[in-house]
Design a protein around this ligand. Structure first.
Ligand code: CAA
Length: 440
């Protein structure tokens, strides 16, 4: 069987931008450095009044199909991953297919359409579904389209408000992919958790601090599970490690955990012995609490070492650039982390062909998945075709008052009319619930 993986990606950002340290923090009475240094966020994307998860997803998919010269008949499967769905029956993929059918000859009549839900990990789960569908030989030579689209909005006043964002990532999965091949091996960490949920409500109920602990616990289990099938990992096995990025500060914690785990019993641990001692071993402690406390103290020392800081600057920092400018895109977040890393590699002129990435995906509720990807020979053409900086620069900046209006417009419980802040430019626009979106 030929290789299967990601052939191309496209992103579509919400068209408005909010400056967090200079516009948001002062009104909230907060230190701007909480955003820039603590959370690692500078600006976030918001949808204009004529945007929603359908229009953003359809616009990303159209860019991708046009660039790859695809027609609907080339696609045998459309899965939308979202945690912002507004319809409990019809999948968002049907709405997006309806938009695309307005502009292409042919239709998606013979394509299997669905919607995946498991908080932010659903985008990666949809990739896995597409991979399995192709590997099983059920695709009849056709590719799969995965669209991760979300408006990540929190109740006003919720601490999560600082980490909001909106945008879509369209991903084409195919045989002989041009961007990355997906590994067969995967590791999971999965437990029933109630730290972040939306039972019949638009904005999430979140226990933010607990959600961070759950993220780290599930990610550690997923890494252990991955190693049980793929063998031991070493920090230098991977050129980049894109993690799910609700905000870059979360990834700082996940990266430290990953480095500690991957460097145990390696020459890195030997080199660091004189400086910070060896990693605590469970067998040396009478209670689990004592062991955990020793691990925490070791990690505090580890993050100050030159070895860790160099590795973080090389392997993790480049994955965070786009996220720091757009905020949380929930299901799309880990996929913009991958794009961010490959974009940085292209800008540095790195030869990435054959190099390995390790993806750390996560969804609240809660599940983490680890898998590896191999960068393909043709990766650079795909990344050069992504105009992320142009799109982000073209966003319209909003004031704090505008932000509150926009937040109300996208609150399904309110019905308010607000003028558009930007102009649509030949794109799908939202025309009302239950109505076909138009192109304007
Ligand atoms: N200068 C520098 N740093 C500062 C600072 C300053 N003046 N003020 C605060 N900070 C630092 C803090 O020390 C903290 O960093 P550490 O965690 O490394 O100590 C960071 O900035 C954030 O500050 P707070 O903890 O005080 O922020 P908060 O209490 O307002 O809320 C949050 C943070 C809990 C993450 C909140 O934004 C939230 O609830 N977010 C939504 C939930 C979320 O994203 N959880 C992540 C895991 S779940 C997941 O990943 C799924 C998903 O997509 C939602």
């Amino acid at each position: 069987m030929t290789s299967v993986g990601i052939d191309a990606i496209e992103i579509w950002t919400g068209k408005l931008v909010l400056d967090l340290p200079n516009t948001f923090a002062p009104v909230k009475g907060e230190d701007p450095e909480k955003y820039t240094k603590g959370l690692g966020l500078h600006t976030s994307s918001f949808p204009d009044v004529y945007e929603d998860i359908v229009t953003m997803g359809a616009n990303a998919a159209k860019k991708l199909m046009d660039r790859k010269g695809l027609t609907p008949e080339d696609i045998g499967r459309i899965d939308v991953a979202t945690e912002s769905a507004f319809d409990n029956s019809k999948p968002v993929s049907t709405y997006i297919a309806g938009c695309l059918e307005q502009v292409y000859d042919g239709d998606f009549r013979y394509a299997n359409k669905g919607e995946r839900k498991f908080a932010c990990i659903a985008g990666t789960q949809s990739l896995d579904d597409a991979y399995n569908w192709i590997k099983a030989g059920r695709n009849r030579g056709r590719a799969a389209l995965v669209i991760a689209t979300d408006t990540a909005l929190y109740e006003r006043g919720d601490p999560g408000e600082a980490t909001q964002g909106a945008g879509a990532v369209a991903i084409l999965i195919d045989e002989d992919p041009d961007l990355v091949e997906l590994s067969t091996e995967q590791g999971y960490g999965s437990m029933d958790e109630t730290d972040f949920l939306k039972p019949n409500q638009q904005f999430p109920s979140v226990d933010g601090k607990r959600s961070m602990q759950v993220y780290l616990a599930r990610m550690r289990e997923a890494l252990e599970d991955y190693e049980s099938v793929a063998g031991r990992t070493h920090p230098d096995d991977f050129e980049y490690i894109p993690f799910h990025t609700p905000f870059p500060g979360m990834v700082r914690k996940a990266a430290l955990l990953g480095f500690r785990h991957m460097s145990r019993d390696t020459e890195i641990e030997d080199e660091l012995e004189d400086e910070i001692g060896r990693q605590p071993r469970k067998a040396d402690f009478e209670t689990w609490d004592d062991y955990e406390e020793a691990i925490r103290a070791y990690m505090d020392d580890l993050k100050t070492t030159e070895q860790y800081r160099d590795w973080y600057a090389r392997v993790i920092e480049p994955t965070l650039d786009i996220s720091s400018r757009v905020g949380n895109w929930y299901t799309g977040s880990v996929h913009i982390a991958r794009a961010s890393a490959l974009k940085a590699a292209a800008e540095e002129g790195k030869d990435m062909a054959g190099k390995q990435l390790l993806l750390g995906s996560y969804g609240s509720g809660a599940q983490a998945e680890i898998h590896a990807e191999t960068v393909q020979e043709t990766w650079l053409d795909e990344i050069d075709a992504l105009d992320v900086d142009g799109q982000l620069a073209a966003r319209t900046e909003i004031s704090f008052d505008d932000y509150e209006l926009i937040h109300d417009v996208h609150n399904h419980e309110k019905e308010i009319e607000v003028e558009e802040f930007s102009q649509p430019e030949g794109e799908f626009v939202f025309t009302g619930w239950g109505r076909m979106n138009e192109r304007r």
